[in-house]
Write a protein that binds this ligand. Structure first.
Ligand SMILES: Nc1nc2c(ncn2[C@@H]2O[C@H](COP(=O)(O)OP(=O)(O)OP(=O)(O)O)[C@@H](O)[C@H]2O)c(=O)[nH]1
Ligand SMILES: [Mg+2]
Length: 301
């Protein structure tokens, strides 16, 4: 996982640790670093900010030994990444669910994202996680658009023994979600998870429709599902969904197959919303809480 980004960091540190660098050497090292960051799906804005502050720091350095330059660069890389995740904040979904539960009301979570990013799988994984933690869960089949979507969600729900609220294909997704909310309230269910149809981020009509679902359903929480393999596309999708729906946090899927690693940083930086979980495989248990510090540690290892 994330080898490319890890290599970018270690090779920059190695170059600057080996000998005392002239300004020209620094420029060259940073240029190469910049290229590798871009190849690792780090968004241009993040690259600019990272490289810009490194350059200022490195040219002004008055350290005796090049080894010290190496550790200063490492420190700077670490603090730049930590700052991005700190700015994006955190969201404790479980605490929010508990607060709503105290009022005797179900907590509604809407899952959003474009086609094939892993929304339905993430709904199932999240339902599984909630069940493991002792919450009661119901799912609503809000993808009334794609052939097979209702059956796919129903299959997952059967496997993890939870109820699905569904209507026919072509029904209004907002109405399905409302049905789900009524069911959850009547049966004292803690959490309602709403699956939705994949939206092409380039299709503004569909984005506006998604905004409408949000206005009608008034979910307590909206999760954007980003595919870490989608590179820069995942970043522009995140920005657009955030603009139209204002999501509360993101799940980054397929990180088990991601050899690059820049998506988490880029999404957190460009949307200022926290990454909540990482999808790390295809089984229900394969969703891990995103821990910024461990993520940064792993990249700096
Ligand atoms: N390796 C891996 N595969 C994943 C992960 N999450 C989802 N997938 C796979 O990605 C594919 C698409 O997942 P879905 O959950 O159907 O995606 P979706 O966003 O609901 O797709 P649409 O309903 O068509 O918009 C499936 O084959 C999933 O098994 C993950 O974290 N790791
Ligand atoms: Mg789906």
């Amino acid at each position: 996982m994330f080898d490319k980004l890890r290599e970018a960091f270690s090779s920059l540190t190695k170059v600057v640790s080996e000998k005392k660098l002239s300004e020209k050497d620094i420029d060259e090292a940073l240029y190469n670093f910049q290229l590798t960051l871009l190849e690792s799906d780090v968004a241009q804005e993040v690259v600019d900010s990272m490289v810009g502050s490194l350059k200022t720091q490195m040219t002004g350095l008055k350290v005796e030994r090049s080894k010290d330059t190496g550790s200063l660069v490492r420190e700077k890389l670490r603090s730049t990444m930590t700052e991005i995740f700190t700015k994006a904040g955190t969201a404790d979904v479980f605490r929010l669910i508990d607060e709503k539960k105290k009022k005797g009301e179900p907590f509604t979570i809407l899952f959003l994202g474009i086609n094939g990013t892993g929304k339905t799988t993430s709904v199932a994984k999240f339902a599984y996680l909630l069940k493991q933690a002792g919450y009661s869960v119901v799912v609503a089949a809000g993808d009334t658009h794609r052939a097979g979507a209702i059956e796919q969600l129903t299959e997952h729900a059967n496997r993890i023994s939870i109820k699905v609220i569904a209507q026919r294909y072509g029904s209004d997704p907002a109405a399905v979600a409302r049905d789900g909310a009524l069911y959850a309230k009547a049966h004292h269910i803690d959490v309602l998870l709403v699956d939705t149809a994949g939206r092409m981020q380039t299709n503004l009509n569909l984005m506006e429709e998604m905004g409408k679902i949000v206005r009608v359903v008034k979910p307590d929480f909206k999760i954007f599902i980003g595919d870490s393999l989608a590179g820069n596309d995942a970043i522009s999708q995140a920005q657009l969904f955030n603009k139209y729906t204002g999501f509360d946090g993101a799940i980054l899927t397929k990180t088990d197959a991601d050899t690059k690693g820049g998506a988490a940083l880029s999404i957190a930086y460009t949307t200022n919303r926290p990454i909540l979980f990482l999808g790390v495989g295809q089984e229900y248990k394969d969703m891990k809480k995103f821990e910024p510090n461990s993520f940064v540690d792993a990249l700096m290892a």
